[in-house]
Design a protein around this ligand. Structure first.
Ligand SMILES: N[C@@H](CCC(=O)N[C@@H](CS)C(=O)NCC(=O)O)C(=O)O
Length: 165
């Protein structure tokens, strides 16, 4: 049985598509990244990169302790090798699959992710940060520092954009 630590994002879907297509038994463990579940100590203890998707294979090949894997590309490769599906064993077929997988995880994925991040979230931060900087007395107040680290942890700035000192 595979535990899939998951939220409904394109990176999460990559793994559900593989699992559904391969017929491997799995259960989903929701990680609400909008609420910051990925920063909970119990999640970080297994997956230090604070991101979904991530899996725990409770029956790894060869037996032994449950095996955890994070990063969608590493998970896809792990599951491909575990099941013998979607990753050919001959060198030419293998290269064909791996080059497109690396293209996706190293090129298209991050570009699309950053486009979404800067278009949807950072644009809100920009006006927030500009408003803070326009008031010198708000320079490096602890409130601002706290608020900015809150934003980095996934929440969006609240209020009009100007913070109390
Ligand atoms: N390179 C990673 C990217 C994973 C990723 O960015 N996951 C996002 C959701 S699609 C996430 O968990 N974000 C939470 C955060 O950054 O705090 C992969 O391919 O698995």
């Amino acid at each position: 049985m595979i535990d899939l630590h998951y939220w409904t994002t394109p990176n999460g879907h990559k793994i559900t598509i593989f699992l559904e297509e391969s017929g491997l038994p799995y259960r989903t463990v929701p990680v609400n990244i909008s609420k910051g579940d990925q920063f909970k100590p119990e999640f970080l203890a297994i997956f230090p990169n604070n991101r979904i998707p991530a899996i725990v294979d409770r029956e790894p090949k060869g037996g032994g302790a449950p095996l955890s894997v994070f990063e969608s590309g590493a998970i896809l490769l792990y599951l491909g090798e575990k099941t013998g599906k979607f990753i050919p064993s001959d060198i030419r077929g293998r290269v064909e699959v791996l080059q497109w997988m690396f293209w996706q995880v190293g090129g298209l994925g991050p570009m699309a992710g950053q486009n979404h991040h800067f278009g949807q979230y950072a644009s809100r931060w920009r006006s927030h940060i500009r408003a803070c900087r326009s008031t010198p007395s708000h320079g490096a107040s602890p409130t601002r520092t706290r608020s900015m680290s809150g934003s980095e942890a996934g929440s969006t700035p609240k209020g009009s954009g100007r913070m109390a000192a």
